[in-house]
Write a protein that binds this ligand. Structure first.
Ligand code: ADP
Ligand code: MG
Length: 553
């Protein structure tokens, strides 16, 4: 066997480790959840590969995670009989930065973002390195399923690691053993009273059973049964169970704002467990951000890239477990399957209707969801014509009359003024500036409410010829609106006929500005300001025009 050789971490890994160890003060337990979740992932990967190659399971087909404590040596060991890693895979997975998220993680920690480091670790997929929060040396011994060589990776987390071959008998069948040599102030993590409760609380619902050995020579005792939470009846599951599952499954630290758990029966049978988070993930607007719904087939994890939900629901976390998809079909084939298409449709409809229900039954909670994810949901208004109506019913808006409240379109339409046939909106980057824009004066003078749109996506859907309950959306900056048909509020002077003085003033302005404008008109829109710029009726909305100009067309 080759002697172990010393290698340096990628520069980014060294920095990451330093930041991680120095940014997590209170929630040290996070490392336990991360290591157990890696062990469970490894078992799930094996379960998947064994469909095509059952021989990988050898004579040890039951997946299991074993945690062994050694208070005398101040050690904690987490072991799994999952897929394992070859030496090359260890160098790749535990020495380099495999994920783009890592850099973003460091940027957020370095920028002193409000969240403590521990809350970011799971989200960014840098879980393994969290071991160094409590350990001053970590040894990883691993053997790839089907391989007959084992390797040992070892590091103090300070810049280098060693990697070398070990006797294959070190890892009897396959899998990975992670040994944490605990720091003095982390000695509790080698004690049963501390570790057992934490694992049960944080990882009690991973889909692999967990055993605990109090001492290296003690009998392992099962502390979590590995039953899939989503297959149990709703009545048997507590709020805490759901939250724990969500946190382990999604790597989040918040509490779900909405939990959707049901079993679809009929043409296709599947279980769905989905969560709408309470906080906004860091990469929500990252163009590469994929959906986060996992696909299982009869409890076997298949892929998290099945795009079960449309892009505008990419903030939803959770899983679908299908009874009907064939297990031995490739991930690529699944994409084409009509069963998947039917699941996509069913789950999307259900989520939207659950959001609708939340809006009716718990408006405050829904408002929170809308504040975080409304800008994403609105992408559906131009990406998913079929569900436009549903999405418009969910949408909430700040308006010129609503102050800081959010209004629904149903409300808006119920408050239409006499002769008002359109839903008026103004688009801009800043709510306060929009609210005080001269463009709104004529509307305000007539008591007409105007939607104030400040999200990037707004220019796109609002100008796409959309309507709600037969009322078209119309930009206040777009051409002359039909304000003269709508009476002014009581007390305001009626619109004056264009007098001779106004007419000669208009001629003067036209001559002065020449080609720079296409027309100059007297307007009903202004009550206080002298002039404002408007786009021609057929022209582009001014905000959209700016946006496109900014994007270099
Ligand atoms: P993530 O789990 O999000 O990929 P981690 O930092 O937790 O990120 O783990 C990095 C990688 O190390 C994993 O993707 C996996 O390839 C490998 N790994 C970690 N723990 C194990 C394990 N117990 N068995 C097999 N591979 C593992
Ligand atoms: Mg992980």
């Amino acid at each position: 066997d080759a002697a172990p050789n010393t290698r340096s971490f990628e520069a980014d890994v060294s920095r990451l480790l330093h930041l991680m160890v120095h940014s997590v003060y209170s929630d040290k337990d996070v490392f336990l959840r991360e290591l157990v979740s890696n062990a469970a992932d490894a078992c799930e990967k094996l379960r998947y590969e064994a469909i095509a190659s059952p021989a990988l399971l050898g004579d040890d087909p039951q997946p299991r995670i074993t945690v062994t404590l050694d208070p005398d040596q101040r050690r904690l060991t987490i072991e799994d009989n999952g897929i394992g890693m070859s030496a090359a895979e260890m160098a790749e997975a535990l020495g380099t930065i495999a994920r783009s998220g890592t850099r973003a993680f460091m940027e957020q920690i370095a920028a002193g973002e409000k969240a403590e480091g521990s809350q970011l670790i799971g989200q960014f997929g840098v879980g393994f390195y969290s071991a160094f929060i409590v350990a001053d040396r970590v040894d990883v011994t691993s053997r790839r399923a089907g391989g007959d060589e084992a390797a040992l990776w070892s590091s103090d987390g300070l810049g280098t690691y060693t990697l070398g071959a070990v006797e294959a008998s070190e890892v009897p069948v396959r899998g990975t053993r992670v040994v944490l040599h605990l720091k003095e102030d982390a000695a509790d993590y080698s004690q049963r009273f501390s570790v057992e409760a934490k694992i049960k609380a944080q990882s009690g619902h991973v889909p692999v059973p967990i055993f605990l050995r109090e001492k290296p020579d003690a009998e392992p005792q099962q502390i979590a049964d590995g039953a899939a939470l989503w297959t149990r009846a709703r009545a048997d599951i507590s709020e805490e169970d759901y939250t724990d599952f969500y946190r382990t499954n999604a790597g989040q630290f918040d509490t779900p704002a909405l939990t959707v758990h049901y079993r679809a029966e009929g043409t296709h049978e599947y279980n769905v467990l989905a969560f709408v988070p309470e906080t906004r993930p860091f990469d929500l607007f990252d163009p590469d951000r994929a959906g986060r719904m996992k696909l299982y087939v009869r409890r076997v994890f298949i892929t998290d890239e099945a795009q079960i939900l449309p892009r505008y629901l990419r903030f939803v976390r959770g899983l679908v477990d299908s009874q009907d998809l064939p297990l031995n079909v490739s991930r690529e084939m699944i994409q084409e399957s009509p069963v998947l298409a039917s699941i996509q449709k069913g789950v999307t409809n259900r989520l939207l209707s659950e959001l609708n229900k939340l809006a009716r039954t718990e408006p405050d909670r829904f408002r929170q969801v809308w504040e975080h994810f409304g800008a994403v949901l609105k992408e559906g208004l131009y990406e998913d014509y079929g569900r436009r109506e549903t999405l418009l019913k969910l949408a909430r808006f700040r308006t010129s009359n609503s102050g800081t409240e959010w209004r629904s379109l149903q409300d808006y339409v119920a408050g239409l003024k006499e002769n008002q046939t359109a839903i008026y909106y103004a688009v801009g980057a800043d709510l306060d500036r929009l609210a005080s824009s001269p463009q709104l004066e004529g509307f305000r003078a007539r008591g007409i409410d105007v939607l104030l749109l400040t999200d990037q996506v707004d220019s796109f859907w609002a100008s796409s010829g959309i309507d709600f309950e037969g009322k078209p959306f119309k930009s206040v900056t777009q051409g002359l609106s039909d304000l003269s048909l709508i009476p002014l509020n009581e007390g305001e002077a009626p619109a004056a006929e264009t007098s001779d003085e106004v007419a000669s003033f208009i001629t003067f302005v036209k001559t002065t500005l020449g080609e720079a404008v296409s027309d100059v008109r007297a307007s009903d829109r202004l009550t206080e300001s002298a002039v404002c710029l408007v786009a021609p009726d057929s022209g582009m909305d001014r905000q959209l025009e700016k946006l496109l100009a900014g994007a270099g067309r």
